[in-house]
Design a binder for this molecule. Structure first.
Ligand code: AP5
Ligand code: ZN
Length: 215
């Protein structure tokens, strides 16, 4: 099963993707994580994308399509695309890349969350630098302050683009360039919508229901 999680910054794509990896053995492909890894490694790509990401703008289609292309051979039981595609050009490229390897997108799940909630989520988010677990100051704090529940690491981090200024740009980019994908996938007949404002477990259950109906 190959699925796309579609939704604005802070909708909960990464949070839900991590649960599906554990529960269904799917492989998460997050272009945001790949780009942050490139940045952390300080390689040429990382240097090119760092400033663009910090501002909250999209990096070029060419760069992210290249990153995805490298990974498509390693699917296991299927992929969860998290934060990709983000433009119509990326969606078309994904379609062709999947076809080349005899794969297809089974479902696109749109996570709906209003802007006020997104701002609260993004400004309270922190993640584990070691295992990637995602937390929130209010809605999902660690059990022991300063220590990751999942792996015990004390390397908890905040993202450079998780401030109100960059978030404004990220939201603008989403509504201008990414939201047209809702119509694109609706027309293909594989769009599903979930209420992303609900509790994490409730959202997860709604997504499970979509996935169960596919198989
Ligand atoms: P990316 O890393 O993809 O960021 P994003 O889309 O802005 O999404 P986020 O990771 O911010 O949010 P999320 O939906 O995963 O939410 P999360 O689960 O963390 O992209 C970053 C940048 O990289 C882009 O701006 C761009 O520059 C570049 N980029 C990446 N992909 C690209 C592409 N394809 N093309 C071009 N450029 C690209 O949850 C957020 C918070 O809310 C957490 O604290 C969490 O604990 C909490 N939370 C989650 N669910 C709930 C819930 N149900 N109730 C309450 N709290 C919740
Ligand atoms: Zn951890």
């Amino acid at each position: 099963t190959n699925i796309i999680l579609l939704g604005p910054p802070g909708a909960g794509k990464g949070t839900q993707a991590r649960r599906m990896i554990d529960e269904r053995g799917l492989v998460q492909l997050s272009t945001g994580d790949m780009l942050r890894e490139a940045k952390a490694s300080g390689n040429e790509l990382g240097q090119i994308v760092a400033e663009v990401m910090a501002r909250g703008e999209l990096v070029t289609d060419e760069i992210v399509i290249g990153l995805i292309r490298e990974k498509l051979g390693q699917g296991g039981k299927g992929f969860i695309f998290d934060g990709f595609p983000r433009t119509l050009a990326q969606a078309d490229a994904l379609q062709s890349l999947m076809a080349e390897t005899d794969q297809r997108i089974d479902a696109v799940i749109e996570m709906q969350v209003d802007d006020a909630a997104l701002i609260a989520r993004i400004t309270g988010r922190f993640t584990c630098g070691n295992c990637g677990e995602v937390y929130h100051d209010e809605t999902r704090p660690t059990k022991v302050a300063g220590t990751c529940d999942a792996c015990g690491s004390t390397d908890l981090r905040r993202r450079a683009d998780d401030n109100e200024e960059s978030l404004k740009t990220r939201l603008m980019e989403y509504y201008k360039k990414t939201s047209p994908l809702i119509g694109y996938y609706y027309a293909k007949g594989n769009l599903h919508t979930v209420d992303g404002l609900a509790d994490i477990d409730v959202v997860a259950a709604a997504m499970s229901k979509v996935l169960d109906r596919l198989s």
